[in-house]
Design a protein around this ligand. Structure first.
Ligand SMILES: [Zn+2]
Length: 414
């Protein structure tokens, strides 16, 4: 497997420099008999090259039967590798860079750094330091922040610090603006729709292209449906931090089969498919009820990629024990330490779904949720050439962003 878009590529064992420094290359997966063409960072329709330009690939590489898949998109990640996105530190940017770099090996090519409920001063300090940017050798692309809270239910606070949780006051949207400081880099806001005046906020956020997600909530189904009718499109870590399914009022979970979703709209739901946060049977229920809405998220905390022990999550201390993470001294789950590729494999195994379905839950669906499926989350022509090479058991072998190899397994001797 190899490909390149530069002269003298060290990875692909192509000894000749690319002709005229052109940037077409071809990656072929011989066992599956399909080719993927890339030019200038985008996936190319080869017909245009063959017939209009009479051109051919500058570099052709054999994928040796690997699966080619769109890069994963993680819309809920609190940190990892010792970095906590909810901690306002002076070297916040180097922290976010480190995580962006490290998640490449897990197949993540874009992500939404996620902040748990925090005091306004923390949002004011951190949010201006989050810059939406394309990915590359420096790390996965940043699609914007996911703010989980502080407008959530105290009853379903999970790992969020209670003293920072807020309600909407008289001028609800202004209140939210004052809390966050700016909406510039915000992509997703998780809130509890049962909070008074949330309808107004959901409409204002939606109007500005910010995705509203329902979570950490005790909402009943009709409150959840009303929120969707006002523009909410996502459910934050389904089953976790919400009312459990009840047949007479299925709560937010009921959105998966609701008949009150406006025509042409789809509700997506985040799923922490780490084998800890959701029982495999519950994962199957969600998947079978609403397969096109499944969005795999890691909800990873600073401890992802670190040894077991004590780590921080925003204002809290958490304890890691294997794949379990708890608020120190309690049995309250607090985010995961699973990586995205682990979640994809667990989802595949737990549901018995097809490989394509498992991959789409981590690529196509999050892209659709964010409305960026024209450039991310697929291998369609003209999309960004963010893609992965995976073996048959979905272990990442190489990661590419905009046609450039940004991580490779054997390069690290792994
Ligand atoms: Zn949460």
């Amino acid at each position: 497997i190899a490909l390149c878009n530069v002269a003298d590529c060290v990875h692909c064992r192509v000894s000749q420099p690319c002709r005229e420094n052109r940037t077409e290359w071809l990656c072929s997966s011989s066992s599956r008999g399909e080719d993927l063409w890339v030019r200038e960072g985008k996936i190319l329709n080869p017909e245009k090259l063959f017939f209009d330009e009479k051109g051919s690939a500058d570099v052709q590489l054999d994928c040796k039967g690997c699966i080619l898949a769109p890069g994963f998109i993680d819309v809920q990640i609190n940190g990892g590798f010792g970095v906590d996105f909810s901690l306002a530190t002076d070297d916040f940017r180097s922290g976010i860079d480190l995580v962006g770099q490290k998640i490449l090996s897990h197949g993540v090519t874009s992500f939404c750094p996620t902040l748990v409920t925090s005091p306004p001063s923390v949002y004011h300090q951190i949010l201006p330091q989050i810059r939406i940017r394309n990915g590359g050798a420096h790390g996965a692309g940043i699609l914007g922040a996911h703010l989980e809270g502080p407008f959530i239910s105290k009853e379903k606070k999970g790992a969020h610090p209670e003293h920072c949780i807020r309600t909407f006051e008289e001028n609800a949207f202004q209140d939210l603006l004052a809390t966050y400081g700016s909406l510039d880099c915000i992509r997703i806001v998780t809130l509890a729709p049962e909070i008074k005046r949330s309808s107004e906020v959901i409409q204002e956020l939606t109007k500005r292209g910010i995705c509203v997600s329902l979570g950490h909530s005790v909402a009943n189904l009709s409150q959840a449906e009303e929120a969707v009718q006002h523009g909410a499109t996502f459910i934050t870590h389904l089953f976790n931090a919400m009312l459990p399914f009840h047949h007479r009022d299925p709560g937010i979970v009921g959105l998966l089969t609701s008949d009150k979703i406006p025509a042409g709209r789809r509700v997506f739901y985040g799923m922490i498919s780490d084998g800890i946060h959701t029982n495999p049977a519950a994962l199957r229920i969600a998947h079978r009820a609403h397969p096109k809405g499944m969005v795999l998220v890691t909800d990873a905390i600073a401890g992802m990629g670190l040894a077991p022990g004590r780590h921080t999550l925003g204002q809290q201390v958490v304890e890691i024990d294997g794949l379990n993470t708890y608020i120190a001294g309690t049995k309250t789950l607090s985010g995961s330490v699973a990586t995205m590729d682990t979640c994809v494999r667990h989802f595949l195994e737990a549901t018995g779904c097809s490989i394509e379905t498992a991959l789409e839950a981590a690529s196509l669906h999050p892209a659709q949720l964010l409305g960026i499926e024209d450039r991310k989350g697929t291998l369609n022509y003209d999309s960004d050439a963010d893609f992965l090479m995976l073996d048959d058991s979905l272990h990442v072998q190489a990661t590419y962003i905009a046609g450039e190899e940004v991580w490779r397994r054997d390069a690290l001797g792994m």
